[in-house]
Write a protein that binds this ligand. Structure first.
Ligand SMILES: Cc1ncc(COP(=O)(O)O)c(C=O)c1O
Length: 392
């Protein structure tokens, strides 16, 4: 560390959920009420989310991964079916394709935005292609118009991974509702949280019926109230479903998080604009670019790339930042390079050069609503300090 750099005392994590007294009180209210699993608050949360996004149906679940799993099953993905997606995502997008016996087919990304390259999708279609899964990366939308056009032309479904996208708009409309299904995540690092949790969004009541059953043991009739006054203890299993329901304790957090997500996102946008300025004079750092098409960015992540001119590996660089009390994340290592996928599908290695280039160089800077302007400036100073050592 240079003499002019003063290391802060406390560690600045890369993310931290905003949990206030209102969420704590609501959870306590659920605990005291005796109704802690799926119940009236989960019901209300689904209605609130549907009205926030503008989609008629929202089905809350234990995680977005659970939503990806049953979503793919409900869309009819079966062994042998191919799904076109991006390698620049959290593994669960691809894991769930694989878990139901499908085959992931990757197309490359736009390196500036890390969004799926929509221009490559049509060439990846084969007679086995079942659908397309774009990932709205880091709080910005993928370019949905060309994706929907190619899907319509070839009779494919679109399932949007909107895990990062609560509040994200594409051409004025909320993501998660362009295709047949969308899924959002409420994991603690996301723009709003329910501790763990996720939600599927859709318009099709028939598909929703199947998803409700798959979410809860294969029961077609709503069964959460079977032990309540007026409920019936009799249930019928119509298919081998899962146990992916959303608890009232989660909803207790989510109801208040959702009510504030607009403010959380506004703060994220402000912090991202501060980063843009604070990092503008660092040539070794490539800042994230926003897509050129009309959109509303919610800055789930602020992902930078360390260019080769830094003459330091990304992993050494983030260790140096950690030594200066700055936490970082990696979103993401390209999924096709993960050991399971590299072994099973070695043909992708080297075929997605932009995803691989980005994967080796990217890292996410601290970004969460409770951060201050001073925190952003400190991160920029810490980056400059690490680089000044590398420059010698
Ligand atoms: C792009 C993407 N898809 C899916 C998921 C899975 O979300 P969850 O942790 O709620 O299962 C994540 C979580 O980090 C993600 O980043």
């Amino acid at each position: 560390m240079t003499e002019s750099f003063v290391k802060r005392d406390s560690f600045l994590p890369f993310s931290k959920p905003t949990i206030r007294q209102i969420e704590i009180d609501e959870v306590v209210d659920s605990l005291r009420s005796g109704w802690i699993t799926t119940g009236p608050k989960a019901d209300r949360f689904e209605k609130d989310f549907a009205s926030y996004t503008g989609f008629p149906i929202a089905l809350a679940l234990s995680s977005a991964t659970a939503g990806l799993h049953i979503g793919l099953l409900a869309l009819g993905l079966r062994p042998g079916g191919e799904v076109i997606t991006t390698s620049m995502t959290w593994a669960s997008t691809v894991n769930m394709i694989e878990a139901v016996g499908g085959t992931p087919v990757f197309v490359d990304i736009h390196p500036e935005t890390c969004q799926i390259d929509e221009r490559q999708i049509e060439a990846a279609i084969t007679p086995k292609t079942a659908g397309i899964m774009p990932v709205h990366y880091a709080g910005a939308p993928s370019d949905m118009d060309p994706i929907l056009e190619v899907a319509r032309k070839h009779g494919l479904w679109v399932f949007e991974d909107a895990a990062h996208g609560v509040g994200t708009l594409y051409k004025g409309r909320h993501v998660g509702g362009f295709g047949r299904l969308g899924v959002f995540s409420f994991h603690p690092i996301k723009n709003m949280t329910t501790a763990e949790g996720g939600i599927l969004t859709l318009r099709d009541e028939e598909l929703a019926r199947k998803l409700r059953a798959l979410r809860f043991h294969g029961l077609e009739k709503s069964a959460w109230n079977r032990y309540a006054e007026g409920g019936s203890p009799q249930v019928e299993v119509m298919m081998p479903g899962f146990k992916y329901n959303f608890m009232d304790i989660q909803a207790a957090i989510g109801i208040h998080q959702l009510a504030s997500v607009g403010d959380f996102n506004a703060k994220r946008r402000y912090l991202a604009s501060l980063y843009d300025k604070a990092l503008s004079d660092i040539p070794e750092i490539m800042k994230p670019e926003a897509p050129k098409y009309d959109h509303f960015h919610t800055w789930h992540l602020y992902v930078v790339k360390l260019l080769d001119s830094a003459r330091m590996s990304r992993d050494t660089f983030i260790a140096e930042l950690r030594a200066r009390n700055v936490g970082t994340g990696i979103h993401f290592r390209a999924v096709h390079t993960q050991p399971y996928y590299a072994q099973k599908y070695p043909q992708w290695i080297g075929k997605l050069p932009r995803s691989e280039w980005v994967s080796e160089r990217l890292f996410s800077l601290p970004l969460f609503p409770m951060m201050t302007e001073e925190d952003v400036l400190y991160v920029a100073m810490a980056i400059k300090d690490v680089l000044s050592h590398a420059r010698g």
